[in-house]
Design a protein around this ligand. Structure first.
Ligand SMILES: Nc1nc2c(ncn2[C@@H]2O[C@H](COP(=O)(O)OP(=O)(O)OP(=O)(O)O)[C@@H](O)[C@H]2O)c(=O)[nH]1
Ligand SMILES: [Mg+2]
Length: 402
């Protein structure tokens, strides 16, 4: 009986969290995912964080000392906060005390009533070349793992002999199971290109695997934040982008969130703008509302505007070029197969806005997707360059449909 109630409470809480997440997704104001990065000095924690979330993460984020051992950093544009454990040394006499303090901080955070405030994942870094997994480090992992936060071991700087690294990984697994620590995920990573004298550089690898593994372990309500913050997997961003578009399409079909009389075209534009901002944030660009307005104005000022009937006939075609999950595709197909003639004015307007939202949403997302590949992250941080690039890409796409 008790268990059933607990289960229902849990489900209810999950539903509430998911509803909250959906609301946040469509505004682009995502909650912040908390990730603790631990491991001894010099294993490559900062290098890894920068590779996943971009250099500006650590550069512009003011590190805030939480305790003697933990510093947190992040910035308002990235929906993730990194909790960095600094300066641990395996042979230091104070290490045990440090470990205790770190564990306590996480445990306190993890008992927070607000699930958004908890620690959502721990990345524990071990240098793949260290070839030892014992003593204080083992204790450290055991302590941290026992808090119950999703936990991943990362073997960093994997540029050495592949067999050796694999053997080391197996050794870690063996010891973990022997010590009853559990079956912890282990990911081999090379966060940054490695240059060795006289040899071609070894490119980074494993970052995508780390993103996937983390996504599989994170509580669902925080996954979109992590997806928006990371710079590795575009595919995941796309999935979330489709979700954002669908929310706006559904809202448009229902007459948007609030009733907007007559000025339907403007209403569509306003919602278009909000959708573009949400999509931009998902692709970690610096486009804010006014930048998006600039882009929309470029098109309002140009001759490239797609008339309703073109959207009608070309919308479906466009959508098929975009990677959608099957059920979303069916939803959009159904939308575009709806005829507006014969419907009353209000209904036909709703459907027309929904089609416009779907069409422009897909074109915008596709363009941002393309630009994201083309530009280096530094350039993506300059609003003007980004507006210019994006407007050009959108124009090229829309020209197709004129
Ligand atoms: N080429 C290459 N160098 C790496 C990689 N990871 C770490 N390094 C190098 O290793 C050194 C230490 O890396 P950091 O990222 O500063 O290590 P850390 O764990 O943050 O160190 P502390 O903050 O002192 O605890 C730096 O010189 C990095 O350039 C990697 O994936 N590739
Ligand atoms: Mg560091």
């Amino acid at each position: 009986m008790m268990e059933l109630t607990g289960g229902e409470d849990f489900r209810k809480q999950q539903q509430e969290l998911n509803a909250e997440l959906e609301a946040k997704l469509s505004t682009g104001n995502l909650p912040t995912a908390n990730i603790l990065v631990a491991g001894i000095t010099g294993t490559g924690k900062s290098t890894l964080v920068n590779a996943i979330f971009g250099d500006e993460m650590a550069a512009t984020g003011t590190g805030q000392p939480i305790t003697k051992e933990i510093k947190s950093y992040g910035n308002n544009d990235i929906p993730v906060k990194i909790w960095d454990t600094v300066g641990l040394e395996l042979d230091s006499t104070t290490t045990r005390e440090s470990i205790r303090n770190i564990k306590q901080t996480i445990a306190e955070k993890s008992s927070s009533k607000d699930p958004f405030d908890r620690m959502h994942c721990i990345w524990y870094c071990i240098n793949s070349g260290s070839n030892r997994y014992q003593g204080v480090e083992l204790e450290f992992i055991k302590e941290l793992y026992s808090v119950g936060v999703p936990f991943i071991i990362i073997l960093t700087q994997c540029w050495g002999d592949e067999n050796e690294v694999n053997n080391f990984e197996m050794e870690i697994r063996r010891i973990n199971s022997e010590k009853g620590i559990g079956n912890i995920d282990i990911v081999q990573v090379m966060a940054q290109e490695m240059k060795l004298r006289g040899l071609p550089p070894i490119p980074p690898f494993g970052l995508d695997k780390l993103v996937d593994t983390t996504l599989a372990k994170l509580p669902e309500f925080i996954t979109s934040s992590f997806i928006a913050a990371q710079k590795i997997s575009k595919q995941e961003k796309r999935k979330c982008g489709v979700q954002i578009i669908m929310e706006y399409v559904n809202a448009a079909q229902n007459g948007f969130w609030e009733k907007v009389p007559v000025a339907r075209v403007f209403a569509t534009n306003l919602h278009l703008k909000n959708m573009f901002v949400a999509l931009s944030k998902m692709y970690n660009t610096v486009l804010d509302e006014s930048a998006v307005e600039d882009i929309i104005n470029i098109f309002n000022g140009s001759k490239i505007q797609i008339k309703g009937k073109y959207i009608e006939s070309l919308g479906a075609f466009t959508l098929f070029q975009i990677n959608f999950s099957n059920d979303k595709k069916k939803e959009l197909q159904a939308l575009f197969s709806q005829q507006e003639e014969g419907l009353d004015k209000e209904m036909s307007e709703k459907i027309a806005s929904a089609k416009a939202i779907a069409f422009y949403g897909c074109v915008f997302m596709d363009s941002i997707d393309e630009v994201w590949d083309k530009l280096k992250s530094k350039e993506l941080n300059e609003v003007r360059t980004l507006i210019y690039q994006l407007a050009g890409t959108i124009r090229d796409k829309l020209k197709h449909y004129k």
